[in-house]
Design a protein around this ligand. Structure first.
Ligand code: NAG
Ligand code: NAG
Ligand code: NAG
Ligand code: NAG
Ligand code: NAG
Ligand code: NAG
Ligand code: NAG
Ligand code: NAG
Ligand code: NAG
Ligand code: NAG
Length: 803
């Protein structure tokens, strides 16, 4: 027992230290919402891979593409199927496909990959069709979906391989697609299918084993003073040509083409004359992305958000970076080009082009400059300009993220999809709320408040972990739609009623929610007048001072049975909070007497001296301020003899704990655990599942030792760096000088396993401060991190992402 005592002292000390040090939490969602049956869900037996979506707000429909099926679902409740149409592969096609060595039941099926609006009643749809991509028109008339059987060749519009990433976009009935032209997937192409079809050159300097991710139109031509054209932006990753590495290096790219491009006359005939690409920098993990564009009425305000995931299994960190359209534009319009130079034998090195650049500028859209030179179409461009761009599509500079660094870095399950909503909060400002899907079926809801990453909540969409393959947002309806292998799920962007008290409503820092004084409820801000005094919300500060004071928590009387183990449940309302137990105004720590676990407090072998009042406080730190809320109070009263009793869950927001409730007796209550069975697995199902006290304590000590070891290891190794993890209690200036280390630590019932430690290693930042106007939320100053080039590869994500 003496050894155990020593271990316990270490353990207690460790918990104390780690509670302080691990207190920083920006990688951890504040609230975890576990799977609920109430989520609106759609699935049909025998159909899987729900991975393509088209929002038709105009028709009140969500069109959902799956394997061999397209559904028209009620946009208000996707459980309501309005219509369906099935597009199965023919036996012949399937046979041909299997002859080519593909699996009949997996690859040789028809995966719907492209769904675009053509006009009010008609959609364009493409499927992989057993490695023989095919397109068709589909109509929704009189409540029925119908395929028009005008089968069209889908090569270049839709991938052959259902596992290959692709992207497509419909612009004025011209289909822009980025996929592969052949069965092997070795001929990547960016194609415009129109009367004047255009494509990329088959040159590795244009596209080298790309993974296409996303495309969108930016209407830069609208009322342009320079007579500029609209452009299609494309995001992808590919093998880098600009690095001298022995192994392949994958980089993230943005490319663009001009809508009015008609190709060249002699050079680049039927090819893009405006294909330019640049590297995307995210200053952190190895990368790439399914980005989403956050549109503004003024295209200059557009921001692309991209998720970067590691290509290797080594790192488990994903990141979100945002790029302003103007930063991308500046590089394409004014940046230097890279040019190939032959070194030594056959080796080519890409360096900055320092020589003259022909006029009109290579890769530029036809604008007033070109028109003044008498060139009204790309067909009129001189060979010099075209030859230049044919050989040098890559820009020298990389595009830097909006804030100079990632908006979010998250350890644990990889991020797969992102959508962003722009929310008008009570303070009259707009906030960008990110909804990020993960590979284990969660949605992370996050906001960046003046450089501070805050994950409001994580919502578990599926009972069993499965990757979110597609995510769509209907901002006017306030709904999110997520598709996975076995179902599609719809959830509201917020559910303020989850927060029952003013303090919790405010501490949630959810731009969608505010506490309304008159109703005493946490409600959606949609119905509130901006800058209203009738409600309180404090997004950047988490300031609860305007909340009405709450009365004391009523104590629950329990009977103390001598020699028993007594369990006092206490469920914290926030993952960021620390639990503090008080007994007669003395604070308790886990030791031989007490075991504090995530669901409450266990008093081992109760004695007479244990009678008294126990309080469970939830202590949460927000922006350097401590918030201390008492969640539960128990009064243990001595009672002779054993009786039946109950341990109920007190507290206004307490959820069911793992406690087994016995028959309820009003008033005085006790617990019915015999001393022979001190820690029955039924009542204690945490990290320790035990047959005896000693075992429990020993295990606990072992866990602590392990934790200690892990902590020490990481203190030395500093392997997990978490750029956006900013410890509280420090000013921005301090932050710039510190590097912080993320730590793995198991937190039960939570998908994320990240906590972080502050470290003292000085940081060698040498960049100037950058003032960033992030979505017009006002001036925010960020200290950029030193430039770490983002090289790496695309996480495996298998469909397009678009808004
Ligand atoms: C959605 O539709 C399903 C199926 O008709 C129904 O059972 C469910 O109650 C509906 N949900 C709501 C919130 O209307
Ligand atoms: C919609 O487009 C389809 C295909 O181009 C065409 O056949 C149909 O007439 C159009 N319908 C309307 C209402 O414009
Ligand atoms: C489709 O779903 C099945 C499981 O039902 C899975 O095995 C397969 O990998 C999925 N296919 C694609 C292309 O995602
Ligand atoms: C370009 O357009 C202008 C006016 O539209 C016209 O006057 C001029 O002849 C055109 N030039 C060429 C080369 O087509
Ligand atoms: C919001 O949350 C409450 C409490 O968890 C739940 O009862 C309700 O069904 C939720 N509402 C929606 C629309 O999901
Ligand atoms: C929380 O508040 C209670 C009552 O105001 C106080 O007794 C307790 O010490 C506080 N706990 C912490 C950790 O500040
Ligand atoms: C509580 O204990 C009493 C006597 O020790 C026993 O008769 C009763 O069955 C127990 N109740 C439960 C729910 O275990
Ligand atoms: C607690 O559990 C009971 C039965 O298991 C259930 O009816 C009740 O809704 C649960 N309460 C909460 C707050 O989860
Ligand atoms: C709990 O016990 C205290 C003092 O023993 C008493 O004043 C109070 O009324 C009891 N509360 C309940 C709910 O029975
Ligand atoms: C306790 O945990 C085990 C495995 O972790 C599980 O099988 C069992 O159902 C749990 N028991 C209770 C009462 O929750």
């Amino acid at each position: 027992m003496s050894l155990l005592s020593v271990l316990n002292i270490i353990c207690a000390a460790m918990l104390h230290v780690s509670n302080g040090a691990l207190n920083t939490h920006y990688c951890v969602p504040r609230k975890t919402v576990l799977y609920q049956n109430e989520f609106k869900l759609f699935r049909e037996d025998g159909i899987s891979n729900y991975s393509t979506m088209l929002m038709r707000d105009d028709l009140g429909l969500l069109l959902l593409g799956a394997r061999e099926a397209v559904y028209a679902l009620d946009i208000h409740n996707i459980s309501v199927k309005k219509a369906a149409v099935y597009w199965r592969v023919t036996e012949e096609k399937q046979r041909e496909c299997t002859y080519k060595g593909k699996q009949a039941e997996v690859e040789c099926r028809n995966y719907i990959r492209t769904l675009h609006k053509v006009n009010d009643t008609t959609m364009y749809v493409c499927g992989t069709n057993a490695f023989s991509p095919t397109c068709d028109y589909i109509t929704f008339i009189d409540g029925e979906l119908r395929l028009q059987a005008k089968l069209e060749e889908g090569k270049g519009k839709c991938p052959f391989d259902p596992y290959q990433r692709y992207s497509s976009l419909m612009v004025e009935n011209d289909l822009y697609s980025a996929t592969s032209l052949n069965f092997l997937g070795s001929e990547p192409v960016v194609l415009r299918s129109s009367n004047l079809a255009l494509r990329t050159e088959f040159k590795s300097s244009w596209l080298s084993e790309p993974n296409f991710v996303f495309m969108d139109l930016v209407k830069e031509g609208f009322e342009s003073s320079t007579g500029d054209d609209d452009k299609v932006y494309l995001f992808f990753s590919e093998n880098a040509m600009e690095y001298d590495f022995y192994s392949k290096v994958v980089v993230s790219r943005v490319a663009r083409v001009c809508k009015g491009d008609m190709g060249g006359q002699r050079t680049l005939q039927r090819k893009w004359t405006s294909f330019l690409k640049a590297r995307l920098d995210c200053s952190l993990p190895e990368p790439s992305l399914p980005p989403i564009v956050l549109k503004h009425e003024d295209w200059r305000e557009n921001v692309f958000y991209a998720v970067f995931t590691p290509q290797s299994g080594l790192s488990q960190a994903s990141a979100v970076c945002a790029y302003s359209i103007s930063a991308i534009r500046d590089i394409f319009n004014e940046g230097k080009f890279k040019t190939p130079v032959a070194v030594e034998t056959s080796h080519v090195k890409w360096v900055m082009h320092t020589g003259d650049v022909p006029v009109p500028r290579p890769g530029a859209c036809i604008d007033n400059v070109a028109r003044n030179l008498g060139m009204n179409r790309s067909l009129d461009l001189p060979d010099k300009t075209l030859q230049f761009i044919r050989d040098r599509p890559l820009m020298d500079d990389a595009v830097r993220p909006l804030t100079g660094r990632p908006l979010l870095v998250k350890q644990g399950p990889l991020l797969t999809r992102i959508v962003v909503d722009s929310v008008l909060a009570l303070d009259g400002k707009r906030y960008a709320v990110m909804f990020i899907g993960t590979e284990n079926g969660y949605i992370q809801k996050a906001v960046n408040y003046a450089g501070e990453m805050f994950i409001i909540e994580e919502i578990q969409l599926h009972e069993s972990p499965m990757p979110i393959n597609i995510l769509r947002l209907s901002s006017p309806m306030g709904q999110l739609y997520a598709g996975s292998e076995f179902s599609a799920v719809q959830i509201p962007v917020s559910n303020c009623s989850r927060y029952h008290t003013c303090v919790n409503c405010v501490l949630a820092r959810d731009p969608y929610c505010a506490w309304v004084f008159s109703t005493g409820q946490c409600s959606s801000v949609y119905n509130l007048a901006p800058v209203s005094n009738a409600a309180v919300q404090s997004l950047t500060e988490g300031d609860t001072s305007r909340c009405p004071s709450q009365g004391p928590v009523a104590a629950l009387n329990l009977t103390l049975v001598l020699g028993n183990n007594i369990q006092l449940p206490c469920q914290l309302l926030s993952n960021l909070a620390q639990v503090r137990w008080r007994f007669s105004d003395r604070s308790l720590l886990s030791d031989q007497k007490y075991y504090i676990y995530s669901g409450g407090l266990l008093i081992l072998r109760a004695s007479e001296s244990d009678a008294g009042v126990y309080s469970c406080d939830s202590v949460e730190e927000i922006k350097g301020r401590m918030y201390n809320q008492t969640v539960a109070v128990y009064r243990l009263q001595l009672h002779s003899g054993t009786e039946t009793g109950v341990s109920s869950t007190p507290g206004n927001e307490a959820t069911n704990s793992s406690i087994s409730a016995h028959t309820a007796a009003p008033g005085l209550q006790d617990l019915n655990v015999t001393s022979e069975d001190p820690l029955s697995p039924e009542t204690l199902n945490e990290t320790v599942s035990v047959t005896g006290l000693e075992v429990a304590v020993a295990l606990l000590s072992l866990i602590c030792l392990c934790l200690l070891a892990v902590l020490l290891f990481h203190w030395n190794q500093r392997r997990w760096k978490c750029l956006k993890c900013v410890p509280p209690l420090q000013s921005q200036n301090d932050i710039a000088d510190k590097e912080h280390t993320c730590e793995y630590m198991h937190i039960p019932n939570r998908s994320s396993e990240v906590k972080m430690l502050g470290s003292d290693k000085p940081y060698t930042a040498n960049n100037n401060h950058t003032a960033v106007d992030f979505k017009r939320n006002g001036e925010q100053h960020f200290t950029p991190r030193p430039h770490i080039s983002s090289v790496g590869g695309l996480g495996y994500i298998n469909d397009e992402s678009e808004i």
